[in-house]
Design a protein around this ligand. Structure first.
Ligand code: PMT
Length: 399
């Protein structure tokens, strides 16, 4: 996919530097010619030999190394690159570039290049939210530099929050998009995410534990591959992804209407939302008072099955559902695949540690109509999103 593309991979000094080796492997596997430039601090975390072995090219470390300069030189690297990709990008590195400081080979190459530059920042979450860092990033974004949002999770410093280097696969996909090799340009992807809320009265509702993380990861991944993305989201505590058309809904009925209004434009639909199957038959106009009652019975009525309706009107689009199960995973998933007329179903056993609701990871099996089952190991929801899109793209009619 990246045949003929020259990527300069800049590695600055953070604990996540080791993940750059996996990123390099993905770039090389896709056919890119990769030249690695390391800062002095990066070499404290990982040896240049690792990158040299994986890239098949000498690693560049020193601005004043005459042999390196003669062989390829920082200006020549800057000129030849189709993309300069910095992963991890420390606060120090971003700060230097934002302020015109070019005091080593990597910052000099970034300054000298006229091609696209993509930073994948990784740092402590307080540094990430520090106004000084924020100003530097905003300034660079205003100047046309590109950034990938860091992932949320446990950081090496012991804090929890945003600041982790995203999965190498996520960075790779963002690089692909900037290199214009994005497979989903011209396609519209509709994603649903999060729970629905079914109101009992003005202060109470029935819902579930969906955080929206799975669906939002899919929306971001599809956007990174160049798609127009429509995200229909139930109530969640996640920021709306930049560059994604997000429609907020509350109940299953709202979601049904929003999905049906948008589905006609979609080439691919992925229903990751956890939609309530039932809603209270009556919604109290006022807060229900407990009075002297010892028990209360709530009568429920069925909600529309959005995915089944999409299956009835499927046409040529690729339609993928999720199955959240607590028992007989494959049996139930297979039934949904067939009954809802899907191309693929993503089955997750939500009782498994590391799978399902709310966490940052999922453990899924992908079932297709031809009877195949692909079992994926526990991985980040971003990673699941990438593989899911790979498989959906393979199902698209060619041409
Ligand atoms: O949001 P997270 O915290 O990241 O958690 C992720 C997740 C567990 C919510 C996700 O991985 C998942 O499994 N989503 C589907 C949850 C679900 O509702 O499963 P289901 O087996 O009840 O529904 C099957 C499919 O039909 C789903 O694609 C669902 O969106 C769809 N459906 C269900 C009922 C309904 N009335 N309309 C629907 O469209």
């Amino acid at each position: 996919m990246l045949q003929g593309k020259c990527v300069v991979l800049g590695v600055s000094g953070g604990i996540a530097a080791y993940k750059a080796a996996e990123l390099l492997r993905l770039l090389v596997k896709a056919g890119a010619e990769v030249h690695v430039v390391m800062t002095r601090n990066a070499q404290e975390f990982i040896a240049p030999l690792t990158f040299q072995t994986l890239s098949g090219n000498p690693v560049h470390t020193d601005l004043f190394n005459l042999i390196q300069e003669q062989e390829i030189g920082h200006i020549s690297l800057a000129d030849r690159a189709d993309l300069v990709l910095v992963a991890p990008a420390t606060a120090n590195l971003v700060g230097k570039v934002a302020n015109g400081i070019a005091d080593d080979l990597l910052t000099t190459t970034i300054m000298a290049t006229r091609t696209k530059v993509l930073f994948a920042p990784a740092m402590n979450s307080n540094m990430w939210s520090n106004p000084v860092y924020r100003q530097n990033q905003t300034k660079l974004e205003g100047l046309g530099y590109h950034f990938i949002e860091p992932a949320y999770g446990d950081l090496a410093c012991g804090w929890q929050g945003p600041g982790k280097l995203p999965d190498p696969q996520v960075i790779f996909t963002a690089a692909q998009t900037l290199l214009g090799t994005n497979e989903l340009s011209g396609k519209t992807v509709l994603v649903t995410a999060g729970p629905t809320r079914e109101e009992l009265d003005p202060v109470r509702f029935l819902s579930n534990y969906s955080s929206g993380k799975m669906g939002y990861a899919i929306a971001r991944a599809a956007r990174n591959r160049g798609a127009r993305v429509i995200l229909i989201s139930g109530p969640v505590n996640l920021p709306e992804p930049a560059g994604v058309e997000t429609i907020q809904v509350v109940s299953a009925q709202d979601m049904f209407q929003a999905v049906m209004a948008q589905a006609g434009q979609a080439d691919l639909i992925i229903k990751a939302a956890a939609v309530a199957d039932f809603r209270p038959k009556l919604r109290g106009a006022q807060k229900t008072k407990k009075g002297t009652a010892e028990a209360l019975t709530v009568e429920l009525q069925r909600n529309p099955d959005i995915l089944a309706e999409l299956g009835r009107q499927k046409g040529k689009r690729i339609l993928v559902g999720f199955a959240a199960e607590t028992q007989d995973l494959l049996k139930h998933a297979r039934e949904k695949l067939v009954n809802k007329n899907l191309d693929m179903i993503v089955a997750n056993d939500v009782t498994q540690e590391g799978a399902g609701f709310d966490g940052d990871t999922n453990i899924v099996r992908l079932l297709t109509g031809d009877g195949k089952i692909e079992e994926l190991p526990q991985m980040s929801k971003d990673g699941v999103a990438e593989i899911l899109l790979d498989r959906m793209i393979a199902l698209l009619p060619s041409g």
